[in-house]
Design a protein around this ligand. Sequence first.
Ligand SMILES: [Zn+2]
Ligand SMILES: [Zn+2]
Length: 226
Amino acid sequence: MGPKEIAKDIYLVGGADITDSKDCLIYLINLGELVLIDAGAGSNVEGIVVNMRKLGLEPEKLSTIILTHCHIDHIGGAKELKDRFGARLVMHALDADVVERGDDRMTAADWYGIHLAPLPIDEKLTRAEERIDFSGQQMVCLHTPGHSPGSMSVYLDRGGERILFGQDIHGPFLAEFGANMSHWRESMEKLLALKADILCEGHFGVFQPKEKVRSYIERYLEEYGE
Ligand SMILES: [Zn+2]
Ligand SMILES: [Zn+2]
């Protein structure tokens, strides 16, 4: 599978079937400057870069990488992308800690057979909701703990549609990784309330329209006992 445009200015540039079997789904938003949602495991960053070029996007314009949570399949490529293109790294403070100290266990790096060098995060978010302006377009980072303490979901309104990036909202939920089911249920209620038109998910793909986004989230709420 190759990279593709999901909606106007929103692209899928990496993933298990696209760049490397260890990678989460990696999304790119073109707002004049480029914003990446997650960075994959780091085994094939060049593949992400090649895919950007294939789509006619210049990786040199990558300004920011928003890391949805601390797991290695989402953050492993961040350092190389930052070093090559000067992108700043944004993450929730509650997950930044284990990344900054290079904790192979809490980032699940050891599970993937990867070693994570300590990675400084440029901007650590602490509020329930933070708006970041990119060349006049606002993106909203919502703190949605559950899968991990500092998990975030990100959304923006563009072209009359609300596009939600909800990476590992499906779990798994492991206590040793700081998962918390009651926090997660609250987080899912927050996401349902957004009434997003498109859900760009972390491992299972893209869900649309609105009804499919809702049923995707509700299915997990039922599975884990509301
Ligand atoms: Zn995860
Ligand atoms: Zn994941």
